[in-house]
Design a protein around this ligand. Structure first.
Ligand SMILES: NC(=O)c1ccc[n+]([C@@H]2O[C@H](COP(=O)([O-])OP(=O)(O)OC[C@H]3O[C@@H](n4cnc5c(N)ncnc54)[C@H](O)[C@@H]3O)[C@@H](O)[C@H]2O)c1
Length: 339
């Protein structure tokens, strides 16, 4: 009978506690051989090094130590790193690919709550709900008594999605729930047929901006996407448009956005900012036309269990020598296009 591969869980204590309840630990135990320690946040301790000598698969997450050449040398039998969170940046690099170690991530599962949060933000943007809630003038009358919000409606809106990424694709899909929505996508790397099959239209960013009543960002943080939405791009959005950012703060020129919102022309719902957290004196905090949440769109609380389940499913496939579904290959990594 084939023996189960030796596995070690490497992540911070809080990550371990959030990822593995009793049921999920039992499932892990059924798939692999666990030892002592079962979990560590320190791959350099003597105890961890003893385990690394046998380990064939690592389950990692937030707080996992980087897999440096020295740590990899201490794990001569390591064949797979299954990451229970989103990006593997800061965890793996060339030494991992050079060893032919397989890597997967749970970014697909992490895309679910971000897309859900974005749909909620789009619907609230249609009704201008966060901004009306913050408008002191409403203490003295109904919504009809205030001006400057444009049309308070979710019917027949045009939404511009920047980035046909994991999350961007899910957002396009969810927008099918809103009657009469036109969905435009801007992404220099997307396939127009794939975008059309998802129910949207691929257009250049320049063409998308003047039509987007809601602009939602889902591109990765890269050198080329820094301030992708700057003063010039913001000025091309229609009056009363809402900018939603659940991607990364650096994608937007925050000062230019604050100026447009303070001038009464645009609105913004931001789950991410640059820097994070936003300083108390940031101009983005000085207007009721901007709603800021503290980077909560991704998996939190019970949603973290979905990341674990996704990874345990992948582990089951790996132990059964079946194809992996969330593998990050050396080529994908080298393309530098991903989050
Ligand atoms: N708020 C949160 O809690 C949270 C959680 C997870 C991810 N994120 C962020 O959401 C964003 C999307 O994540 P993902 O996992 O869907 O990304 P991803 O890795 O799937 O994105 C890669 C894709 O982005 C597209 N892209 C690349 N460059 C682009 C450009 N210049 N313009 C438009 N599109 C471009 C390409 O289609 C590429 O394939 C990232 O910025 C990520 O950091 C935020």
């Amino acid at each position: 009978m084939e023996t189960k591969p030796h596995a070690l869980v490497a992540m911070s204590r809080s990550s371990f506690e959030a990822h593995f309840d009793r049921g999920r630990l039992d499932r892990l135990d059924s798939l692999v051989t666990l030892g002592d320690p079962l979990w560590t946040d320190d791959l350099d301790s003597r105890r961890a090094r003893r385990r690394l000598a046998d380990v064939e698969v690592l389950l990692t997450s937030w707080g996992a130590p980087e897999l440096t050449p020295a740590r990899l040398a201490a794990a001569p039998r390591l064949r797979a790193v299954l990451h229970c969170a989103g990006s593997v940046r800061g965890l793996v690099g060339d030494p991992v690919w050079q060893r032919g170690i397989r890597v997967t991530s749970a970014a697909d599962a992490n895309a679910v709550p971000v897309a859900e949060y974005t749909l909620a933000a789009i619907i609230f943007a249609g009704k201008k709900a966060p901004f009306l809630a913050a408008d002191e003038r409403l203490a003295y009358g109904g919504w009809g008594s205030v001006t400057g919000y444009g049309d308070l409606s979710n019917l027949g809106r045009t939404v511009g999605v920047v980035g046909f990424s994991r999350i961007g694709r899910r957002v396009v899909d969810l927008l099918g729930l809103l009657e009469g929505t036109t969905c435009l996508v801007a992404d220099p790397y997307a396939d127009p047929d794939e975008v059309a099959a998802a129910g949207a239209t691929l257009v250049p960013l320049d063409e998308l901006l003047p039509r987007a009543e809601v602009l939602t960002l889902h591109a990765p943080e890269l050198a080329e996407t820094r301030h992708l939405i700057g003063a010039a791009e913001l000025s091309r959005l229609p009056d009363h448009a809402t900018v939603i950012n659940t991607a990364r703060g650096s994608l937007i020129d925050g000062k230019a956005l604050a100026a447009e919102c303070a001038a009464g022309r645009l609105f913004a719902i931001l789950d991410v900012t640059d820097p994070e957290p936003l300083p108390a004196d940031s101009p983005l905090r000085r207007t009721d036309r901007v709603m800021v949440t503290p980077h909560i769109a991704g998996s939190l609380g019970s949603e973290i269990g979905r990341l674990t389940d996704h990874t345990l499913d992948e582990l089951a496939r790996w132990t059964a020598h079946q194809p992996l579904t969330a593998e990050i290959t050396a080529e994908h990594w080298a393309s530098g296009l991903s989050a």
